[in-house]
Design a binder for this molecule. Structure first.
Ligand code: PMP
Length: 399
């Protein structure tokens, strides 16, 4: 019977890395996956992570199961990092926090929760968005629809289109929002725009669901990048939020993150947590401990937290540097074209507007590996290769 199973298509993001590995050209560049590389294009383990691991080893901790909801010190650290330690939501005990399997696993638990306790509710996601959002909601049995987000003319936010679509959605829908550094566009709402988004969400009784995968990578400041969820607490909104430590602590393979709900009262938070635990128990039982201990060590120690901020700024700074290098090289090659979008976009990516055919030219002719939506991960670019990339882009957009 299983002979009839059809081949699944390669993943649009992780499949790119598989193809990259097979390419033998010395010029090849992997700008598909959003993973930070050094100027030498090597993976980077943060020094502060190594230091935390040494301290952990010295403590000789055991490997017993964590509780279903995860490591207590991590759960406290993660919600404080997001909302600020003095947040009234934390002080009033109205945040339900479940340690889960990085951003993806957290989103999935959140989606399962929506399917179970808000049956029939539609999740609205931005057009475009990170490719996996659709899989996550669909596989959890939550219908998704798109709202306008990106304006290809201005290479900016289609703000009026976004508000109109959220207004037109049925009352009480779920609205997925990127906390900062929108993937793939690198275009975020301004503070004034967040205020108007909150107005619409409140008026419509929508449940905001933040995906926070890049805290620290938008502005380089962990606090600034948490503006939107902190502002929603101030506005008295209830919301869901998935956090990931893949990028900002470079813990990609440790799978450390959290799924939280900010609610209006403590009793609701307890009940929601009990139900998230019920969901997690049947999927993976309880979360891994190693990455959670690292986060708790780093965020819990003033000295290491300071070091982390320094390394975050270094990583975000290197990406800003290659963004500028790429822009300069593009202007030099083709001064008649407006390349200003490269500098306007923030975070790890530049969203080029290239067609799938142009992306194919990037890969087939220039050995530049990228996702077919025209997104390039600048975290995988070095200063030394910026001019080469600019030639590849200039050639591809002419075709
Ligand atoms: N959300 C967004 C928008 C992302 O870009 C990513 C990572 N690429 C994630 C969530 C989740 O990643 P992870 O599961 O590694 O934390």
């Amino acid at each position: 019977r299983l002979d009839a199973v059809e081949q699944a298509p390669p993943d649009p993001i992780l499949g790119v890395s598989e193809a990259f590995k097979k390419d033998t050209s010395p010029d090849k560049l992997n700008l598909g996956v959003g993973a930070y590389r050094t100027e030498e294009l090597q993976p980077y383990v943060l020094k502060v992570v190594r230091k935390a691991e040494e301290r952990m080893l010295a403590k000789d901790e055991n490997k017993e199961y964590l509780p279903i909801e995860g490591l207590a010190s991590f759960r406290q650290a993660t919600v404080e990092l997001l909302l600020g330690a003095d947040s009234p939501a934390i002080q009033e005990g109205r945040v339900a926090v479940l340690q889960s399997l990085s951003g993806t696993g957290s989103l999935r638990v959140g989606a399962e929760f929506i399917a179970k306790f808000m049956p029939g509710t539609v999740a609205y996601i931005s057009r475009p968005t990170w490719g996996n959002h659709k899989n996550i909601f669909a596989d959890a049995g939550v219908e998704w629809r798109e709202y306008s987000y990106f304006d290809p003319e201005s290479i900016g936010l289609d703000f009026e289109g976004m508000l109109a679509d959220l207004q037109a959605a049925p009352d009480g829908s779920v609205v997925l929002l990127h906390g900062c550094a929108h993937n793939p566009t690198g275009v975020d709402p301004t503070k004034e725009q967040w205020a108007r988004i909150a107005d619409v969400l409140q008026a419509k009784g929508h449940l905001p669901f933040f995906d926070v995968a890049y805290q620290g990578f938008a502005t380089g400041s962990l606090e600034e990048d948490a503006f939107a969820p902190r502002y929603f607490v101030e506005r008295g909104l209830e919301f869901a939020v998935a956090q990931s430590y893949s990028k900002n602590l470079g813990l990609y393979a440790e799978r450390v993150g959290a799924m939280s709900f900010v609610l209006s009262e403590a009793g609701a938070a307890q009940r929601v947590l009990s139900q998230m635990k019920r969901i997690a128990r049947a999927i993976y039982s309880n979360p891994p401990v190693h990455g959670a201990r690292i986060v708790a060590e780093v965020v819990g120690s003033e000295e290491m937290f300071g070091e982390w901020k320094g390394e975050m700024e270094m990583m975000a700074g290197r990406i800003k540097g290659v963004r500028q290098d790429l822009y300069d090289a593009l202007v030099e090659i083709n001064p008649d074209k407006d390349w200003s979008f490269v500098l306007k976009q923030i975070g790890m990516f530049t969203f080029t507007g290239m067609t799938p055919q142009q992306c194919d030219n990037m890969t087939n002719k220039w050995h530049v590996y990228m996702t077919k939506d025209g997104r390039l991960s600048l975290a995988g670019l070095s200063s030394a290769k910026a001019a080469y990339l600019a030639r590849a882009i200039d050639d591809s957009v002419r075709n």
